[in-house]
Structure formats: C-alpha cells, structure tokens
Write a protein that binds this ligand. Structure first.
Ligand SMILES: *Cc1c(COP(=O)(O)O)cnc(C)c1O
Length: 388
C-alpha cells in the first residue's frame, strides 16, 4: 500500500486500514506488537530504520500514521498522555513568547501554562470571551501560539476555528486546536487552518477507558522535525502495548462516534425542558449559543451533554449517587456512560468565584454519553431524576 491510496479512502476505511498493513514477514492480518527497546544492527550504524524505541518503534509508528491520516495531517507524534503532548507544543517556545488561550481550556492545560511554563518565561494570556474579535484584540507580535479547544469542557462552547486561525496567522503565530472532544470523526481542524492538532487519546480515540495517551498532529514537516526532536529529547513516549490499545480503539472510532452522537442528541432532547433542570447544553440543540457555528464546523454534536439542576448542589449530588447505568467518574469518551460533577471533581482546583463566574456551578453535571442502548440510558436518567 502506498502513501497515496490512503488519501482516496474515506474516514471509516482509513480508521481500519492505515497503519494496519498485514505483516510482511508472516502475513498476520493484524500487525504484531513490538515490545523491544533496541534493534539488532548488521554492522554499527547499519540498521532497518530503528535504533532505540524512545526514538521510534514500529507499533508507535503505526499509530502515528493512523492518527495523521485521520486528522488529514501529514505527520503525528504520539506521547504517553495528552498532557505530555500539550507540554511538547509549549516546549517549542522561548522565554518571552506569548500563548493566547481561551480561559475554559482543559484544567491540566491551564495548570501547565500557569504553574510550569510560566516559570520558564512563557507568557500565558487568557480570554474569557470565545469570539474571534476577542482573540483579535489580544494577539500581538509576541504571540507565538494561539490555543483553543472546541467544544470546550464542560460548557461546550464552540469556537470559530477558521476565523481564529486567520487571526493567529495574521501575527505570525501558530494555531493549536485540542480536538479531544470532537475527534477527527466530527471535526478536522487542519482543514480549517490549524497548525497543530492535539489529542488526549485517553478519551474517544482509545475509546474504552483502558489507556492513557496523547498525540500532536501537524502538516508542516519542519514543525514535525521540531516536535519529533522534542519527543525524543524529552522522552514522554507511549509504550507499544498502549499504542496497540489505541490503534485497536481507532478501528471503531467512526461507528462509536455515530452512536455517541445519536445517544447524546436523543438524551439532550429528552432532558430539554425538564422541570428539575435550568439548562441542557448540547452543541446541536438549536438554543445552544454556538448552534450555527457548531453545525458548520462539526458533522455531529459529540457525545457530551451538560445539564444544570435548579436545586443546585443537592440535586446534582443525589443524581450522581442514584445512577445505575452511568458511573460517577472523571474522564470521558469511553463506550460506557459517565457522569462527572466538575465543581467537585475535574474543576476543583479553580477558585470558586472564578469557576462560578464561568458558569461551572455546583448544580452542573457533565454526562459523557456512552454507546449503550438508548432506552436503558433514558430509563437510568429518569429514575435518577426521580431521586434527585
Ligand atoms: C483529558 C484531556 C487532556 C489531558 O489528557 P491526558 O491524557 O489526561 O493527559 C487534554 N485536553 C482535553 C480536552 C482533555 O479532555
């Protein structure tokens, strides 16, 4: 299979076949896992392209080719976690460089910028306003990276990837999109102008809540040269078994995302207008503030639904304690449905006033809607509502 024919294939086909060529040695339809740290050389310096597994490993290489293909990028570097992938992008910068980000980024990304990279001289700047105009006001010649997520966590705001890409490029900055929530099955940031796509493959890409991983995907070979240098130099690489699990997850990404979206949309509609809720947030509901944009830049609303209880904390906690099909747990994007109370769980490190000003109140719950039978999910939510 040449590099060319994967371009002609559609997404679901590439998800199953790119990086999954039958093993040339044995014909094994599923390529073997390569748990080796080193590679035997015929003579010093005479090797088959692999020398040491921090630098490269065939199982990791297969995963990197698969993810590059799915994001429509040329190149991908995989990491031991989404946080290691994120950190690698910041490591391309120098003291004095500004990073402009939307304030509702993943908590770990905020923490990396404020409590790690700021100490090395990076200048993080956050906007509370997700509009392109706000980004345009805050970029300047010192801005080297503009960083966004879309949809955001847990408020599911959608940011205009194409418009913000143009603004970043206008000042010569690189534009990074954390595509963990949407996945390439629903949204292709590189096509919309992103220079970097970042993933926590822990979530939908792995898809089974059984592995931690991350990835950086780019189109520009010079940029990948720098990322690959840092990947090898800093060493935060995933092991071959973890790469295998992620590659295996990818094979069902297209069908899983279809079902996640269908279940989430149906559940959101079911809960809309519920007397116990003040809000149901889902990007593909018409009353979502970014509905038109979401419809334009995503081909599905995603698997996350956020709900807000009128009776605030007490009702939200009771709901979390009462679910039976859903599990109360952090993380998202697995086949099983999860419910998370961000104010107590994932967003606890953000001071209460700031958190509440952003809308992450004690009555807010984030549902990661899994791919179970919809009737069981609805029945579970209804019975938990009855106890909330
Ligand atoms: C989970 C997550 C991360 C961090 O990834 P880890 O694999 O947990 O290190 C980054 N961004 C988003 C949007 C996430 O949900």
């Amino acid at each position: 299979m040449t590099a060319n024919d994967d371009k002609a294939w559609h997404f679901a086909t590439r998800a199953i076949h790119v990086g999954q060529e039958p093993d040339p040695l044995t014909g094994a339809t599923v390529p073997p896992i390569h748990p080796t740290s080193t590679y035997t050389q015929a003579s010093p310096g005479k090797h088959k392209g692999y020398e040491y597994s921090r630098s490269s490993n065939p199982t990791r290489g297969a995963l990197e080719r698969a993810l590059a293909s799915l994001e429509g990028g040329a190149l991908c570097a995989c990491f031991a976690s989404g946080s290691a992938a994120t950190s690698c992008v910041f490591a391309t910068l120098s003291p004095g460089d500004k990073v402009l980000a939307y304030s509702d980024v993943y908590g770990g990304t905020f923490r990396l910028l404020k409590r790690v990279w700021e100490g090395f001289g990076l200048v993080p700047v956050f906007t509370d306003d997700p509009s392109p105009q706000a980004f345009a006001r805050l970029v300047d010649s010192k801005t080297r990276v503009v960083w966004i997520e879309s949809p955001t966590n847990p408020l599911l705001r959608c940011l205009d990837i194409k418009a913000i890409a143009d603004i970043a490029h206008g000042v010569g900055a690189r534009f990074a999109v954390d595509n963990t929530f949407a996945t390439p099955a629903l949204q292709l940031p590189i096509q919309l102008g992103a220079d970097y796509v970042i993933h926590s493959t822990t979530k939908y890409i792995g898809g089974h809540s059984d592995v931690i991983g991350g990835a950086v995907i780019v189109k520009d070979p010079a940029l990948m040269e720098r990322i690959a240098f840092l990947q090898n130099a800093m060493g935060g690489v995933p092991g071959p078994f973890d790469c295998f699990l992620q590659q295996r997850g990818i094979k069902t990404l297209a069908v899983r995302m279809e079902r996640h979206c269908a279940n989430a949309m149906a559940l959101a509609k079911h809960l809309q207008g519920h007397p116990q809720l003040s809000k149901v947030i889902y990007p593909f509901l018409e009353d979502h503030p970014d509905y038109a944009l979401a419809k334009k830049q995503m081909c599905g609303g995603g698997g996350i639904v956020t709900i807000v209880f009128k009776r605030e904390r007490e009702a939200a906690l009771r709901f979390c304690e009462s679910v039976k099909v859903f599990s109360c747990a952090e993380s998202l994007g697995g086949v099983e449905s999860l419910v998370c109370h961000p104010a107590i769980m994932t967003h606890a490190s953000i001071p209460k006033e700031i958190r509440e000003a952003r809308g992450v109140t004690d009555g807010l719950l984030r549902l990661s809607v899994g791919i179970e039978d919809l009737a069981d999910l609805i029945a579970d939510v209804d019975q938990a509502m009855g106890r909330a």
